[in-house]
Design a binder for this molecule. Structure first.
Ligand code: EPS
Length: 390
């Protein structure tokens, strides 16, 4: 079973990703993982933290001579900001002088601050926000990069782009080539395929920044090369669309997930929504002229691109802080502000890719299994034959 968990606080020593269940023999390209981590740090509207960090994967276990060995993999990503927090967040007990300065008793509406403090019985949101911070997505991106490296062996690619920032929306479809170009281009400010729309998105981020506010948006993740047959209609918890939705919903600040054009489909007639089927005798495959279903029918992949959209709410740390109640004094005060991102849509897309890639890799190994890459490949080749003879 493929799985991953993470550990680490935003201003602790490091983030850790622990990945288990990858077959032996998967080539591990460290440069690729580093590039994925770098992509997550980019984007117009990011805060000051990204100027401090230079996220790099330090593989501690599970990879030898450039390949997975079938053992659990541990990846460490250093927090360079730790040196500024060592005294405030020590592992050992301390006299408390410095941690008192970093105490946060004015919970930010929208963040985990208040609910988390009530749950864990802290009258200080520090420990909660440290772990709830979206900094944790760096560890997810490292795990997702490994999933991408497995999928790459079978010709599967997972990409993303931004389709909305605030009220500015990409009003046309993006081609695969355009999305690939946006993922390749590390200079792309908001990772939008359309230059004119991107300019408007930038203006939106600028406007919100000047107002001391924050802005959300929508990212779209697209996976190409997925065969029909991953996931299952047979049981509710085997449906792949549900697993993808859960994974993307778990990303910090995501408050809605859409598969294909699911949101618009809800208001359209059936004849306008379903993707009609034709058989291409030359290529010996079933084809569709549209993909509103986002590559999933009945919780099963249908051979089309898998399309998952994540809807990000605006970040909850605001320079022009909202009203809140102090957790100790119960007085009405302004919510805490340290520093923050204004817009995380581009980074959200990279985290979305990681989560989608991981769920697809999990479904891949469920279907094609194998303790080694060769065994998985044999199983996949056998299935490909089955599809060709269908
Ligand atoms: C983030 C690092 C954090 C935040 C952001 C994401 O760094 P710091 O708190 O030191 O500024 O910039 O976290 C949040 C959006 C949040 O809500 O906590 C990162 O590396 O992605």
């Amino acid at each position: 079973m493929l799985r991953f968990v993470t550990a680490g606080e935003s201003h602790g020593q490091a983030l850790i990703a622990w990945i288990s269940g990858l077959p032996a023999g998967v080539p591990v390209d460290l440069e690729f993982i580093g590039r994925e981590l770098h992509r997550r740090q980019l984007g117009f509207g990011r805060g000051g933290r990204q100027r401090i960090e230079k996220d790099q994967p330090d593989i501690l276990a599970g990879v030898r001579h450039g390949k997975t060995i079938g053992a659990p993999i541990a990846i460490r990503i250093e927090n360079k900001d730790w040196k500024n927090w060592e005294k405030a967040l020590p592992v050992e007990d301390s006299d408390g002088a410095e941690d008192a300065q970093k105490r946060l008793t004015a919970p930010r509406p929208g963040h985990a601050d208040l609910a988390g403090s009530q749950k864990f019985n802290f009258h200080d949101a520090r420990y909660v926000l440290e772990r709830a911070s979206a900094r944790e997505t760096a560890a997810r991106v490292a795990a997702g990069a490994l999933a991408k490296l497995l999928l790459r062996e079978f010709g599967v690619t997972v990409l993303s782009h931004s389709i909305a920032v605030g009220h500015v929306r990409l009003e046309r479809e993006a081609s695969w080539e355009e999305i690939a170009a946006v993922c390749e281009n590390l200079e792309s400010p908001l990772r939008c395929v359309d230059e004119a729309t991107q300019e408007k998105m930038k203006a939106e981020v600028d406007r919100v920044l000047r107002a001391g506010d924050s802005v959300g948006g929508i990212f779209e993740v697209v996976a190409r090369g997925i065969p029909p047959g991953l996931g299952s209609h047979a049981q509710w918890d085997e449906k792949l669309d549900a697993k993808l939705a859960r994974a993307v919903m778990s990303i910090q600040a995501v408050k809605a997930v859409e598969i294909g054009t699911g949101v618009t489909n809800a208001g359209s007639c059936g004849s306008e929504v379903q993707d009609e089927i034709a058989y291409n005798a030359g290529r010996k495959v079933f084809e569709r002229s549209s993909n509103r279903a986002g590559g999933l029918e009945g919780g099963i992949t249908n051979g089309q691109n898998v399309i998952v959209r994540g809807y990000l709410k605006p970040i909850s740390t605001l320079r022009r802080a909202l009203q809140t109640a102090d957790m100790k004094t119960k007085e009405t005060v302004k919510a805490a502000y340290e520093r923050s991102d204004v817009c995380v849509v581009p980074a959200g897309g990279v985290a979305g890719e990681a989560m989608v890639a991981f769920v697809l890799a999990e479904a891949w190994l469920e279907k094609f299994a194998g303790d080694s890459l060769e065994e998985t490949r044999r199983n996949f080749e056998g299935y490909k034959q089955q599809l060709e003879n269908f």
